[in-house]
Write a protein that binds this ligand. Structure first.
Ligand code: G4P
Length: 526
């Protein structure tokens, strides 16, 4: 066990964050550069190779192999400049799931990567909104400036207009694409050259007026004057650097660069680490706060990953440690059941391996091998005080399927499987009022595939799923419900708690309903 001083030193070093982006913006590339700085991988391409499924040492579940999703890189830990960094993966594409959202509940800050040619894309926006809701600091890296990109001023404006967050440019590109000369680093008061000559120092300090030395070839380049004009413009018309606003997620520091050519990434990481928060207090359901330096251990389960190793049919519960220290073999109370559990089988995730973890502290993520004890959102703790962390938010599903057992004789295993997987948070379950049909809801297609796979593998129940496609889910006050409101353009269902909701065909159907029943309030969440 650590002394209080040792615990403080260890916790203060932790920086736990997620990188959010739309697929292809460069999240994998930038993660990999960071791992290179941390000395975790020695070669560029290691994480990427895994992503594309070329990695030989794989023990992922079949479906993941097929899709090339790397589960071992769900959490990556490394040390850099005296800090212990935990990067949590937020998968993109069809791998997008409720887990992706929940992962953001386990981090203390986020890095948002944006493709400089595309600007803000839909998935970035969705993930951003969760970070915003949590009020955590968000740092922005606008990527791919080694290619032609959009006007930086436009991109800055888009952050404010589309995401509604103030922005402060920490640096500014000097040209772009083939003409990218470097980056004007407002924060370190220097220019970083994109293509330094052999042996040339890539960092050129600026004088008090922000000018580059007159003997530098850039001094006479028209692009330099353009850059200075733009810097003047953003200095006068833009926001000021405000640490308090960064801390509350009201202002995002913006960096331009190129992950692929590793230009601007290191400065970004170092500056980010300066401002990224250390683990902070977590709220409980009864409005108490749990401080990270509390001597008692506590944490919550934010993700359950099943079948990481198909030979062992194991499940791993990912726990964010909120306070104190974890020691392998310790006994904790599982809040939901009040039962005591010994945590002897634990793991931690490095970029390319999983290793048994002996100790970890607040801010860290550990994986607990689970034989069915845990559910998503569970709190665990040591000590006498009952700790129940705030509920993880529910995310409104957008995709729906009707589900049945293929073999009607196997109803028992079908129901058991559905019950457990729904409890675990793998998918949402609804029941049709009129037919009693089971309908599953998810935010990403992969959730259904994982569900189908696990039903077969873990419960020996083959399921048939009939796609219902996108729907708009809207809850309704039960007192206002009249079953006649159901029409061909919507389906009336109840959720797991018995609360009624409509699944509308589309926005048009919802609007039509609203005009027909103006007094009925439709809610996107309960
Ligand atoms: P993701 O994880 O956000 O989905 O993106 P990823 O890093 O996989 O990058 C998506 C594509 O964009 C990759 O190209 C990658 O090489 C490229 N890319 C990432 N950062 C930059 C950058 O700073 N500049 C430029 N020009 N390209 C960048 P790909 O062709 O899909 O893959 P690959 O064949 O290069 O591996």
């Amino acid at each position: 066990m650590k002394t209080p001083e040792q615990l403080k030193t260890a916790v203060d070093k932790r920086r736990t964050f997620a990188i959010i982006s739309h697929p292809d913006a460069g999240k994998t590339t930038i993660t990999e550069q960071m791992l290179l700085f941390g000395g975790v991988v020695r070669e560029a391409g290691t994480v990427k190779a895994k992503k594309s499924g070329n990695f030989a040492k794989s023990d992922w579940m079949e479906i993941e192999k097929k899709r090339g999703i790397s589960v071992t890189s769900s959490v990556m830990q490394f040390d850099y400049q005296g800090k212990r960094i935990n990067i949590l993966d937020t998968p993109g594409h069809e791998d997008f799931s409720e887990d992706t959202y929940r992962t953001l509940m386990a981090v203390d800050s986020a890095v948002m990567v944006i493709d400089g040619a595309k600007g803000i894309e839909p998935q970035t926006k969705k993930l951003f909104q969760i970070c915003k809701m949590r009020g955590i600091p968000i740092f922005t890296f606008i990527n791919k400036f080694d290619r032609d990109a959009r006007d930086p001023l436009d991109l800055m404006a888009e952050l404010e207009d589309v995401l509604g967050i103030q922005s402060y440019a920490m640096n500014w590109p000097i040209g772009m694409g083939r003409g990218l000369k470097g980056i004007y680093d407002r924060f370190h008061h220097r220019v970083a050259l994109a293509h330094p000559e052999d042996g040339e120092d890539p960092y050129i300090p600026l004088d008090e007026d922000g000018e580059i030395p007159a003997d530098n070839p850039l001094h006479e380049d028209s692009i330099w004057q353009d850059t200075l004009d733009e810097i003047e413009l953003i200095s006068e018309a833009g926001n000021t650097f405000d640490e308090d606003k960064i801390a509350t997620g009201d202002l995002t520091p913006v960096f331009f660069g190129s992950a692929l050519t590793n230009f601007g990434v290191q400065t970004f990481l170092e500056t980010y680490l300066n401002y990224a928060p250390k683990p902070s207090a977590h709220k409980t359901e009864d409005e108490q706060t749990v401080e990270p330096l509390s001597p008692e251990f506590s944490g919550f389960v934010f993700k359950i990953q099943a079948n990481m190793n198909p030979n062992h049919r194991d499940r791993i519960a990912f726990v964010r440690i909120c306070s104190g220290e974890f020691d392998r073999g310790m006994d904790v109370t599982l809040q939901r059941t009040g039962k005591s559990l010994r945590l002897s089988n634990s793991t931690q995730f490095m970029a390319d391996t999983r290793e048994t973890v002996e100790t970890a502290v607040a801010g860290d993520i550990i994986g607990l091998y689970d034989t069915g004890n845990f559910q998503i959102g569970d709190s665990i703790y040591t000590g006498k005080q009952d700790i129940k962390f705030e509920k993880l938010p529910q995310f409104t599903p957008e995709l729906f399927v009707r589900v049945n057992a293929k073999n009607v004789m196997k109803q028992k295993s079908f129901h058991k499987g559905i019950d457990q997987l729904v409890q675990e948070g793998a998918v949402q379950l609804y029941t049709s009022y009129s037919t009693g049909d089971y309908i599953l809801g998810a935010v990403g297609q992969l959730q259904f595939e994982v569900f189908q796979f696990r039903m077969q593998n873990e419960y020996n129940s083959e399921v048939v799923m009939e796609t219902m496609g996108h729907k708009v889910a809207r809850w309704i006050n039960p007192d206002q419900l009249d079953e006649h409101m159901s029409s061909s353009r919507n389906i009336l269902v109840k959720d797991r708690q018995g609360a009624p909701l409509f699944l509308f065909e589309n926005q048009f159907a919802e609007n039509w309903f609203k005009s027909k029943y103006p007094d009925v309030e439709l809610m996107s969440k309960l």
